[in-house]
Design a protein around this ligand. Structure first.
Ligand SMILES: Nc1nc2c(c(=O)[nH]1)N[C@H]1C(S)=C(S)[C@@H](COP(=O)(O)O)O[C@H]1N2
Ligand SMILES: [Mo]
Length: 362
């Protein structure tokens, strides 16, 4: 028996009832969007299971889609069966195949770029488009599920097998990458590919959506440290350059990472310069000249760096001169560039989630 028929036989044996396939596809797509979005906030190695779950679900979707297409193929290929909703079904299929193809190509180390759009950004685009499409498709075509479609024990076994097979397939694929010595094989657990070298030129300038301020004049620049501190202060760019150095890894959600030596001032020292923090201080908020901002819990913030240098060079404008946040345990989008204000606060800043998306738009 050939490998093809073996896989075919396995697929036949585990094939769930049609309605279960449909509803599972829906649930898997929603779970993919959720794990994908949450993964954007994870940078520390302990977060690896989330990424594996995302990959296993993706491979599960391939199996579910194979069952589904085997069943409904004739509705697409036979013009006599076309209905208005067929167009939506086709669009949904295109988005699903786009998300799967870009995800798979990425895993094989393919590195195509459209300016700073990596294949991973395209994957995210397809994935985000897929959610409303699947929801609309379900609303026009799905039938309500019945009890018998999800008989409890068999369903649990099926999903466990499906996800385990997905994880095993991903593990196998990584083995293939290692064997073939594919460059993309040294991706981080987050999926990001390395950008080698030192200093400003070694890694891309990435703005999350529309931030693109005019260069800041070093001589006019002042950093304000205020909020819940004893004596708010303003500091010049030269005062910030006071030599603290740290190696840290910047990992952007568009799929690249770089390890650099950053120089500048420890935020804990900045807070000391402002006479220390008040008793109810809990967060430190870093705000860019563009309004873009992020907050860190006080304990974490004390140990991060406000960097003026990278790889021994003064930061270039694109990388956030005169000063940018270097927060080692955070994803790149939280490393605020062109920081003009450091503010100690009592409360968590929920608004930052929206501001990072819309800052820079007029
Ligand atoms: N003010 C501001 N800071 C920002 C961004 C932005 O758009 N505006 N982009 C963030 C993102 S998404 C990343 S990955 C890093 C990239 O830093 P770099 O451009 O120096 O590579 O900066 C972060 N800091
Ligand atoms: Mo990013």
């Amino acid at each position: 028996m050939g490998a093809r028929s073996l896989i075919g036989e396995a697929l036949d044996r585990f094939e769930p009832p049609p309605r279960a396939v449909d509803w599972s596809l829906f649930a898997f797509v929603v779970a993919e969007a959720a794990t994908g979005l949450v993964s954007f906030t994870v940078s520390v190695p302990e977060g690896w299971p989330l990424f594996w779950f995302h990959r296993a679900l993706g491979i599960g979707i391939i199996a579910l889609l194979a069952w589904k297409l085997a069943r409904v193929r004739h509705r697409l290929t036979d013009p006599g069966l076309w209905q208005p909703s067929t167009a939506l079904s086709v669009l949904t299929l295109v988005a699903a195949l786009g998300a799967l193809a870009t995800g798979i190509a990425w895993v094989f180390g393919l590195d195509v770029r459209l300016s700073y759009w990596t294949l991973l950004s395209v994957h995210v685009g397809f994935g985000l488009a897929l959610v409303p499409l699947v929801a609309a498709h379900a609303a026009t075509r799905f039938r309500p599920s019945r009890r018998v479609d999800f008989e409890r024990r068999r369903t649990a076994v099926r999903y466990t097998v499906l996800l385990a097979a997905g994880a095993a397939t991903y593990r196998l694929q990584q083995g293939v990458n290692d064997l073939l010595d594919i460059a993309g094989a040294d991706r981080r657990f987050t999926g990001s590919q390395p950008r080698e070298g030192e200093g400003n030129a070694a890694f891309p300038i990435t703005s999350w959506v529309a931030d693109d301020p005019a260069p800041i004049d070093r001589d006019d620049y002042r950093l304000t440290v205020d909020g819940l501190v004893s004596e708010p202060v303003d500091l010049t760019a030269d005062e910030l350059a006071a030599g603290h150095e740290t190696e840290a890894l910047l990992d952007c959600t568009s799929g690249w990472y770089t390890v650099q030596e950053w120089g500048g001032t420890r935020v804990g020292d900045l807070l000391d310069a402002a006479g220390g923090t008040d008793a109810d201080a809990a967060y430190v908020r870093f705000t860019s000249v563009t309004g873009y901002r992020w907050s860190l819990p006080l304990d974490e913030a004390e140990d991060v760096l406000l960097a003026t240098h990278v790889g021994g060079e003064r930061l270039s404008h694109g990388h956030g001169a005169p000063a940018r946040l270097v927060a080692p345990d955070r994803r790149g989008f939280q490393w605020v560039k062109w920081v003009t204000c450091v503010e100690v606060r009592a409360e968590y800043d929920l608004g930052q989630w929206v501001v990072t998306l819309v800052s820079g738009f007029d």
